[in-house]
Ligand binder design. Structure first.
Ligand SMILES: Cc1cc2nc3c(=O)[nH]c(=O)nc-3n(C[C@H](O)[C@H](O)[C@H](O)COP(=O)(O)OP(=O)(O)OC[C@H]3O[C@@H](n4cnc5c(N)ncnc54)[C@H](O)[C@@H]3O)c2cc1C
Length: 293
């Protein structure tokens, strides 16, 4: 459906008023804490802002209201983003649940799966990580070997993932597992499981800059309930490809939800505000450049 915007003045006024009433002044112009790799306990104001946006559904403005989303049009969603930017506010609802997993589950999940998993993402209560890449399965992702065995009402998962961004902070994992070794793409399933279980071990990978944006993640008899198989058994590759489309559009800024929950400012402006520029207008310090991305 075409989305030409229409008359949005009334909605803009409503959004402006709500943001003014709910966004804590102490957070104005402050960076989004979700963008930091080292997570400290959120302040009271940060929590209040997350809860306000989470219950309003405006962190994911275009997601269906039936699951807690804003239920707004893309044009109204853009107004929210613009008004957040105008107020110096960030979108506190983000991460991989928003950018990749939520939109995919809305398309491929059962009604029960959507009711269980979408609202906590909308509220920012739970964070997700992506268990796709393996040491022997990067560009050729479909050669993945992490195995899930059918144990009746659940799967038992054994194997290793790598480059799992934010796994050390994640509550849940959306994971590609091998459920049939006789086929390549048609032997992969898409499962969900909690990271808070004994069979999951996360080892952050230290980079030379001292930070650890991604991890090695090991599964030893980890379990996933059958109800958390998304799509058909051995039908995970189709779902994975769709999720990767959302990942690409989110990273390129084309997604409608604000991607990782970035502040509603263009990245160059954000970077200049953060670190300043040299006399030629460029961001001068390469170490700082690394840290702000
Ligand atoms: C910032 C960042 C965050 C990431 N976060 C996650 C995450 O959260 N979860 C996750 O699952 N993955 C994540 N990844 C992994 C990513 O999605 C890719 O799967 C991974 O980077 C590519 O695999 P690899 O590193 O094993 O490279 P390889 O596949 O080994 O490729 C290495 C090089 O070889 C080239 N190459 C590969 N095959 C061929 C070929 N047949 N012919 C010619 N050239 C070839 C590639 O183009 C590349 O230049 C992340 C990656 C980055 C950079």
């Amino acid at each position: 459906m075409a989305d030409f915007g229409g008359d949005l003045d009334t909605f803009r006024a409503e959004a402006r008023e709500w943001i003014e009433a709910n966004f804590p002044a102490s957070l104005k112009g402050r960076p989004n804490p979700m963008m930091r790799e080292e997570r400290s306990k959120p302040s009271e104001d940060q929590e209040a802002w997350r809860k306000a946006m989470g219950s309003k559904g405006w962190g994911v403005p275009t997601w269906p209201a039936a699951y807690g989303g804003g239920g707004l049009s893309p044009a109204e969603g853009r107004v929210i983003q613009q008004e957040l930017g105008r107020a110096g506010a960030y979108n506190p609802i983000g991460g991989m649940g928003v950018m990749m997993f939520g939109p995919t589950l809305l398309e491929y999940g059962t009604e029960d799966q959507k009711k269980e998993h979408i609202p906590p993402i909308v509220r920012g209560d739970l964070q997700w990580c992506q268990g796709f890449s393996e040491p022997g399965a990067g560009s050729d992702l479909a050669s993945l070997q992490c195995k899930a065995e059918d144990k009746g009402d659940h799967f038992v998962i054994n194997g290793q993932k790598i480059w799992t961004s934010g796994a050390q902070f994640a509550d849940w994992c959306f994971c590609l597992v091998r459920t049939d070794t006789s086929k390549k793409h048609e032997g992969i399933s898409f499962v969900l499981f909690t990271m808070h279980q004994p069979g999951v071990e996360v080892r952050p990978i230290p980079l030379i800059a001292g930070n650890s944006p991604f991890c090695e993640t090991f599964f030893t008899d980890a379990t996933a309930d059958k109800k958390n198989l998304v799509g058909p058994l051995n039908g995970g590759w189709t779902i994975a490809k769709r999720l990767l489309q959302h990942e690409r559009s989110g990273l390129s800024g084309a997604g409608g939800s604000g991607g990782f929950g970035m502040a509603a400012k263009p990245l160059p402006k954000l970077a200049k505000d953060y670190v300043g520029t040299d006399e030629k207008g460029r961001i001068s310090d390469s170490d700082l450049r690394t840290r702000i991305i």
